[in-house]
Every structure is written in C-alpha cells, then in structure tokens.
Design a protein around this ligand. Structure first.
Ligand code: 0RQ
Length: 503
C-alpha cells in the first residue's frame, strides 16, 4: 500500500496503465478529469492511445467519446487525437492535434457552456457514461478521494459512470487536501434549490469526492507533472489593453458604480487576460476577490502581493514556473484558494448574485458588439466557448478584449459582421483593444457602431469600417442595425481568397 492510498480495498486494485486501458472498448464514452492542463490523467490515456494504434494495425477499430472538464494536456487530447482515437469530444479543447482533426471533419466536437455539462449529463441529454478516468491526489481510508489540481466535472463523472479508473498522482501536492469544496446538493428540476453561496469565500460542500469503491475497476499510480504552457511576457499591446481596463475600473469606482475593492474578478484564458491581472498588481485596488474558472499566473502574483484576498476557481492554469512556486509556497496560498466543481465555479446564479467582473478574450467583434470567441473565418474552431458564456451573460460587467488585428495585421478583429456568434450584443458591455475601450452600456446599435469603430478599430481598418457603416446607413433594409447583407462577410471572404482583409 502506498502512502497516497489509505483504503486497503483500493490499494489492492493497483495495476498498470495498460491493464486499466484494456477495460476501454470501441464506442465507449469515457469521462476524464482535466481542466486547462491541470489534473488530467497522464498514464491511462497514453496507454489507450497505444492500444488504439495496435488495434488499428490488427485491423480493428477502437475509438471513444471523450468528455472532460475543459482542455487537458498532450498526454490526453494530444495522444488520443494523434492516434485518431476520438469519435466525439466535449466540451472544450485547445490541443492543436485535436483541433486539426476537428477542422478536417475527422472528429466530432460538441462545444458547450462549461457550467451546463454536468447538469446535462445528469439530465441524460448526453447519453450514458461508461467509464470515468480521474486523477486524484490521494485516496482516504474511507475510500473518499482527495481531488487533484482541477475539479472540473469529476464529481459528476464519478457519480454517473458505470465504472471508475483512478490515477493517483504523487506529483500533486498533498497540501491540496482541504482546498476543495465539492457540493453534493445539486438536483434536477423541479427539485432544485438555491445555491448557498453569497460571498466568494463561502464553503458549502466537502473537501473530497464520494466514490463507491465497488465501482473502481483499476487504480494506477503516477508521478507526472501537470502541463501548462508558459505565458508570454506582456507586450505593448497587452499592456495597453490592461491599462485601458484599469483606467475604466478606476473611473467606475469614482462614479460609485464599483466598490473600491472592485467586485469578484473573472479572468479568461490566454496571454491578454493574464496581462490584465499583472496590470492589477500596480493598480490602486486592494482587498480584491476572484470568482473565476481558472487561476493563472497573474492571479497567483496578485494573491502573493496581498492585493487579492482570495480566489475561487475550478482549476489551476499555471505556467511550469508558477506551478513550482505554488507547490513550494503552498502555506501562504492554501487557505486563500478554493477549488470547486465547474458547475459551481461558473454557475449563472452565483455569477449574477456576486456581480462578477468578467474579462474574456475574443477572436472578433463586430461594430454592434456581437462577439465571436471560437471560430476563425466562421468555420474553423480555435478552442471553444469555454466558460465565457457562463460569465458574460450573467456578469455585472461583461468585458471582452483583443488586439485590434490578428495575423500580422492581415485580419481586423473588428469587422462589419462577426462570422460566428458566441456572445450576442446584449451580453457584451465593454470591448477593449490596444486602441481604446468602447463602453457600450446603454447604447442602441447605431451609437454602438460609432463607438466601436472610433475606439477599438485599428487605424488601418477604421476608414474601411466607417465607409461600410456610412453606406449601410443609406442602403440597409432597415435602420435599427444597419447592414449590407451582401457585403457584411466580404472581409472574411477576401481573407480566404487573398490572405488579407485589406483592400
Ligand atoms: O492563433 O496561435 O495560430 O497565431 O487565435 O489568439 O491572440 O493568442 O489570443 O490566447 O487570448 O485567445 C478567443 C482564442 C483568444 C481565447 C481566444 C488567432 C491568433 C492565434 C489565439 P495562432 P491570441 P488568446 C474562461 C474563458 C474562449 C474561451 C473563454 C478563447 C489564436 O480567449 O479560447 O473565453 N476564448 N474562456 O492568431 C483569425 C482573428 C483572430 C485570430 C485571434 N480575428 N482572426 N485568427 N486569432 N484573433 C476560461 C475557460 O473557458 C477555460
């Protein structure tokens, strides 16, 4: 029995990753742990990928449906996608090999709001779950499980799956024990009750997962690090965006529309979101809190500085350096971080009640403030909607940010019409680029267009947008939201045809 497995019955089930993977058959649905490079199983998916390749050589098919919390690491999505072993994937992916397969039409991808995955699994909308493969930091004597560096949908996978495979990862810090808040009070309509959280630091669950030991068919021991990519050092564009947002917060505090310590922060994935958090280090706000989905480097720095009092999230999304720092300085962070199921970290009821300040990245926005977070040129998936919709619709302030151009200036991030809609204009109150900040609150569509063009567009595209909008004012079928239907997506077509949106 190893020190991480205190339950004798489960210690007796320790086996190899290959043996565990042999339980997974063609067409099965497998619920894996993992959320943005943290807490995903590292051995069984690799063994499964090898098995898939061997089976294919022998002329047999083995492909599975993979459900997770969000993105995972190369040992899971990367390995299984490389082996062409994924039939369907949900709900969020950022792995480049999987992305390629999805965009070639070789893998089905169901892009869902992250808060809705667990409820929909319970409602039966997603079909049965055959096997859960869950990384844990340890197993208690009573068989309950110490969660790892992400919680994601693990509670639901453990409850719903017919069989469970556990990976016990001794790389994970044992001090994680006690940091989680796993709520077991969810129910299906008509029996739902209010979620008992009124402050970001409220705890209303338990520190461990329940798991019926009889359902566990294999336990695999690992000692492998989480894998998240390092963040880029904020460049001038990221610093300018961060500066605009911080000025805006100061302005709102001055107007009495935000308290001096702001409201609970939600910060999305990516370098720009991380740069905004870094910018808050030098801003005058103290005693801040975060109610967010992922805790990235910038938030850890804010916690260390004392400016951020506490953070609630569902996963760590830390660069290798920051993960090492968290592990070595766990004592100062342990009581100030709460990890919850993603159904709770992203719960619309909680986000609305707390009045989160949502800050998410975007691919493109249009002049009316509709936002595309997911698709390039309307058809190629980048990552997925993730939690951005959970927060954007319900936040106190829904802020979206982006550099004003992409691909070396060949693409304008501000376009006449988005090529795919993830967030409708009503869910978007502020758009920020390095050029400026468009405060769209209280503005009807034509006023929105003027502000977005003037504040956010890159000078290379501003005149083109003005020209389009002025002609739309004259030639549009209606004038509530002026649009030239035949031209609205012509910028995208031009990029597809010529490699640039420029004329
Ligand atoms: O592609 O790497 O091939 O060059 O999109 O763009 O500028 O690195 O931005 O890392 O901040 O990601 C929306 C994708 C932004 C992210 C998105 C290309 C660009 C690059 C990435 P390359 P950047 P970021 C809660 C919140 C949805 C989920 C979410 C995201 C790549 O923020 O996934 O918000 N959001 N979750 O070149 C063509 C454009 C483009 C473009 C960017 N207009 N046209 N390509 N790119 N703009 C957390 C979770 O849910 C987990």
């Amino acid at each position: 029995m190893t020190s991480r497995i205190a339950h004798p019955g489960l210690a007796a089930k320790v086996t190899s990753a290959e043996q565990a993977a042999s339980f997974i058959d063609d067409h099965m649905t497998v619920g894996m742990s993992g959320f943005t490079g943290s807490g995903y199983p590292k051995a069984v998916p690799m063994a499964l990928a090898k098995r898939i390749a061997d089976e294919r050589k022998a002329g047999r098919n083995l492909r599975v449906k993979v459900w997770t919390g969000a993105s995972t690491g190369p040992e899971l999505d990367g390995a299984l996608a490389a082996a062409d072993g994924i039939e369907l994937r949900l709900p969020y992916n950022s792995d480049p090999t999987a992305r390629e397969r999805i965009n070639k039409g070789e893998m089905e991808y169901l892009d869902m709001h992250l808060s809705q995955v667990a409820p929909m699994a319970w409602e039966g909308f997603l079909g049965p779950l055959d096997i859960a493969v869950i990384e844990v930091a340890g197993i208690n004597a009573d068989g309950s499980l110490i969660p790892s560096s992400s919680v994601g949908n693990n509670k639901t996978w453990l409850d719903r799956a017919h069989a469970v495979i556990l990976e016990v990862n001794s790389w994970q810090n044992p001090a994680l024990d006690g940091m989680h808040d796993i709520y077991y009070g969810t129910a299906l309509p008509p029996n739902r009750v209010p979620i008992p959280l009124v402050r970001p630091d409220d705890r209303f669950g338990q520190p461990s997962f329940r798991c019926d030991p009889d359902k566990v068919i294999a336990v695999v021991e690992t000692d492998a690090p989480d894998r998240n990519l390092p963040f880029a050092k904020p460049d001038d564009t990221a610093l300018a965006i961060a500066g605009h947002i911080i000025e805006f917060f100061k302005h709102e505090v001055g107007k009495g529309r935000l308290p001096a310590n702001l409201l609970p922060l939600q910060s999305g994935v990516g370098n720009i979101a991380n740069a905004v958090l870094a910018g808050l280090l030098d801003a005058p706000f103290t005693d801040m809190t975060a109610y967010t989905e992922v805790l990235q480097d910038g938030m850890l720095d804010l916690l260390a500085s004392g400016k951020l009092r506490m953070a609630s999230c569902t996963a760590f999304s830390l660069s290798p350096d920051a993960a090492a720092r968290l592990n070595s300085e766990m004592e100062q962070f342990r009581d100030r971080i709460i990890l919850r199921p993603q159904e709770m970290s992203n719960h619309p009821e909680i986000v609305r009640r707390l009045g989160c300040l949502a800050m998410n990245g975007l691919i493109e926005a249009d002049i009316y403030g509709n936002v595309n977070s997911t698709h390039i040129m309307g058809s190629r998936i980048q990552n997925g909607i993730g939690g951005s919709g959970d927060f954007a619709r319900n936040a106190y302030l829904s802020i979206f940010m982006t550099p004003s151009t992409a691909k070396g200036g060949k693409i304008s991030s501000i376009v006449p019409h988005v090529s795919h809609v993830d967030h409708i204009a009503q869910d978007v109150q502020v758009i920020v680029t390095e050029q400026g900040l468009a405060d769209l609150r209280g503005l009807a569509p034509r006023r929105r267009a003027e502000v977005v063009i003037e504040k956010c567009a890159h000078p290379d595209y501003r005149e083109m947008l003005r020209d389009y909008y002025e002609r739309a004012l004259k030639g549009s079928y209606g004038l509530q939201t002026p649009m030239l239907c035949g031209e609205a997506l012509s910028w995208h077509q031009r990029f597809v045809d010529t490699g640039t949106m420029k004329l």
